[in-house]
Design a protein around this ligand. Structure first.
Ligand code: SF4
Length: 765
């Protein structure tokens, strides 16, 4: 690693160009006109200067998990315009990040040649030299220390074909289950919740349910900034029916919370008390749909089935008066919310990282699903639980292909012998090839790099040196090991740690399928050439397989060959998308699985007869992922977070995103309009907390936690409650994750990014 000293931040307490930011916010559809339903995004998009495209191609935005369908305008082999595609689920709406996609291939600092670290410095090399070196070192490590000394760390931004191939190469070829990726940091609790409740991952409903819901519970989600087309869809729904009621649960008065009908500013970390208390009210006030529950639901405690009465008795500790003080929400408000939800014609809950990135993330996910099951608010238009996703292919590429340390393709588990046998047969490898031991989940994988259990790692399409909690510790761990990093730029925090750095093609420079949060797969076609010698990650993987002597295992070499292999394999599971050929995906704005045949229209509502092809005739609703076809509600006691504010660290830090930047800013931070609009990252603090420390808005401060410290500018935000600090993690000049705790959920192993006890003090500028 070359340098992790923190650069000096420029003085600022406002974006460099306020007008530009204002323009982008309006363009992004978050302005007052759209908010009031007086105008639509289509009208606002007219503000974008017309491009000069002479060809248009359907594609998909490669940023967030909303998965917007777009039109890409080309001229002279260059991308010159981006528009929302009217046929997509996003109905032509895109946000500011999507509208600036045309600049992405041209960002400054693109990596164009492989590089090898020699004498502490990265120097240019040829592809053969770099790949031969990687194969030789991986072979040596495997021979000397066993297969579990190797690891793959992937991304919810790789194409499905790439994640599928990496998973197969490492689990069946190199014979290690050390395959994990950044979806562990954002989606693992959602996946664990769905698997616990329904036996299978991925949401039952669709974005379309927003159009039918009359109560929308936004729980730990900020779609106004993070998933703007979904927020716009909610706004349209509200405009169409003024009786629609929106509730936002968030410790922070986020831009979304400000615009909802009711904001519940719960004390950070206590929101499982709210969900259990809502369940308690439902039981106590006769709001439970007993007919639905008796037919479709089972209750469990510590892995054993229990009756409804035991569930009801468990909730006795969670009466509204008993939890109101800890939650910071009045008992009457808890009752009100439980009644509004249960009595709705159709209630939809939408949640994201506020529920997932928690040490009780799995429990929160179970209980969000449970509220729907208790009240029968599921399986009808508008009635559904829905976990919004953060990356464009965390669902399709990683969760569905099983590219995680505990998983195998199609919802199978490495610890299940029958599942291993099935996958070995489908992959054509001898019985016993796949290890029965789960690999290292993300945090453990980086700890294994630190202590030498893992000595060589392939890291594709992600930036863990910035995105991991306690990131300095894990950057140092990467520095120590033999790390092979494929990147689009040479100076990301992770690229700086690489032993071998490989130039990657991105988005329309290659071909592949993205699977977003509503089980929808969409095809990205190659439209332009990558710069210099940059190559698709699939090419890198197949070349590596060949050099490792695993060419016979990784026979599919082109994206379509891989897709067809995976598509046919999916037919042996309830994740069946056999009917989704490249031709259909090219012609349509995506398809939702299950989709078993080439004439199947896809499945909007899962587990519902007439829509989902796996539901038995006459069943109506059937949760077929569970053996007895009943959804399981596990009793989830509230356990406080290990991060509790105290004398040394009296404040809570919570992290998140802003509208104009995405993830670690490797891409959006280099697009001038977006970078300029967001400005440098800063810590947002309450005026009271700033005043108590003699800090004025814009002052330099040092934040510290039990995990580390970081210097940056503090800006006061009157919307923040005292005791709460907010920071976004998009800016490498303010490595917020240096101070973030790396505690993980015991089931999902997802880190608790949302809560770290911190302190700050003024320092000299
Ligand atoms: S960043 Fe997300 S919301 Fe914005 S256009 Fe892309 S997919 Fe859509």
């Amino acid at each position: 690693m070359t340098d992790r000293e923190q650069p000096v931040l420029p003085p600022q307490d406002a974006p460099a160009n306020p007008y530009r930011r204002e323009f982008l916010w309006v363009l992004g559809g978050v302005g007052a006109a759209v908010g009031a339903g007086l105008a639509g995004w289509g009208a606002l998009e007219l503000m974008v200067p017309p491009g000069t495209a002479d060809q248009w191609h359907k594609s998909v935005c490669r940023f967030c998990g909303t998965g917007c369908t777009i039109r890409v305008g080309l001229r002279d082999g260059q991308i010159v315009d981006i528009r929302g595609h009217e046929s997509g689920h996003n109905r032509g709406v895109i946000c500011v990040k999507g509208s600036m996609l045309r600049e992405l291939p041209r960002i400054e600092g693109r990596l164009t040649r492989p590089m090898i670290r020699k004498g502490g410095k990265l120097v240019e090399a040829g592809w053969d030299e770099a790949l031969d070196l990687v194969a030789a070192r991986f072979g040596e490590i495997r021979d000397a220390h066993g297969p579990d000394a190797l690891a793959f760390y992937g991304s919810g931004q790789l194409f499905t074909e790439e994640s599928y191939t990496a998973n197969k190469l490492f689990k069946a070829g190199l014979r290690t289950n050390n395959v994990d990726g950044n979806p562990r940091l954002c989606m693992a609790s959602a996946a664990a919740g769905y698997v616990s409740v329904y036996g299978k991952d991925e949401p039952p409903g669709s974005y379309e349910d927003i159009d039918h819901a009359d109560v929308l519970l936004l729980f730990g989600a900020n779609p106004y900034e993070c998933h703007p087309p979904l927020w716009e869809r909610i706004q349209r729904r509200r405009a169409a029916d003024p009786r629609v009621y929106t509730i936002c649960v968030d410790p922070r008065l986020s831009p979304t919370a400000k615009r909802c009908d009711l904001h519940l500013p719960v004390v950070p970390g206590t929101d499982l008390l709210l969900l259990n208390a809502m369940a308690r009210v439902m039981v106590e006030d006769g709001l439970v749909n007993r007919a639905f529950v008796d037919r479709h639901v089972r209750f469990a405690r510590d892995g054993h089935t229990v009756g409804f009465d035991e569930f009801a008795a468990f909730l006795a500790d969670y009466t509204p008066p008993a939890v109101a003080g800890r939650l910071g929400i009045g008992a009457d408000v808890i009752r009100h919310v439980a009644h509004r939800f249960a009595r709705a014609g159709a209630a939809m809950s939408l949640w994201t990282m506020g529920a997932n990135q928690r040490t009780q993330g799995t429990a929160l996910n179970i209980m969000l699903n449970a509220l729907h099951l208790l009240t029968g608010q599921i399986g009808r238009p508008g009635a559904t639980p829905f976990s919004i996703t953060g990356q464009p292919n965390a669902c399709g590429g990683v969760r569905d292909t099983g590219a995680l340390a505990h998983a195998l393709p199609g919802g199978r588990q490495v610890t299940n012998e029958a599942h291993r046998r099935e996958v070995e047969k489908l992959w054509g490898v001898p019985e016993g090839t796949i290890s029965p031991r789960p690999g290292y989940h993300a945090v453990e994988l980086f700890r294994a790099l630190e202590d030498g259990r893992v000595k060589g790692a392939l890291i594709l399409c992600t930036n863990p040196a910035q995105s991991m909690p306690d990131c300095d510790r894990y950057a140092a761990a990467m520095d120590k090991a033999f790390t092979v990093v494929s990147e689009i730029v040479a100076d990301s925090e992770t690229a700086k740690t690489a032993s071998v750095l490989l130039p990657a093609a991105l988005w329309c420079e290659k071909q592949g399928v993205l699977g977003q949060g509503e089980r929808r797969y969409q095809l990205v076609d190659k439209l332009i050439d990558p710069p210099g010698e940059a190559r698709p990650d699939l090419w890198i993987l197949t070349q590596l397989a060949e050099r490792l002597g695993l060419g016979q295992l990784i026979k599919a070499r082109t994206p379509q060959e891989v897709w067809d292999e995976w598509r046919h394999m999916s037919a042996h599971s309830v994740y069946n998308f056999e009917g989704m050929t490249y031709e259909r995906l090219r012609a349509l704005p995506g398809l939702q699985w299950p989709c078993p045949t080439e004439d199947h229209p896809g499945t909007v509502r899962r587990y519902v007869e007439g829509d989902d092809p796996f539901v038995s005739k006459g069943a109506g609703i059937e949760f077929y992922g569970q053996k007895d076809k009943r959804a399981v509600i596990t009793l989830c006691p509230y356990v406080p977070s290990p991060e509790q504010p105290g004398e040394d660290y009296p404040l809570y830090l919570t992290t998140g995103r802003v509208l104009e930047q995405w993830h670690t800013g490797t891409m959006t931070g280099r697009i001038a309009e977006l970078g300029g609009a967001a400005g440098p990252a800063r810590f947002m603090v309450s005026p009271a907390d700033a005043a108590a420390r003699g800090v004025s808005s814009g002052d330099m401060v040092e934040f510290s936690s039990r995990f580390g410290s970081v210097r940056g500018r503090a800006v006061t935000d009157p919307d923040l409650r005292p005791g709460l600090v907010f920071a976004a993690f998009y800016d490498a000049r303010l490595l917020v994750n240096r101070v973030v705790a790396d505690h993980v959920d015991p089931v999902s192993k997802e880190p608790e990014f949302k809560l770290t006890a911190v302190q700050f003090r003024k320092i000299r500028d």
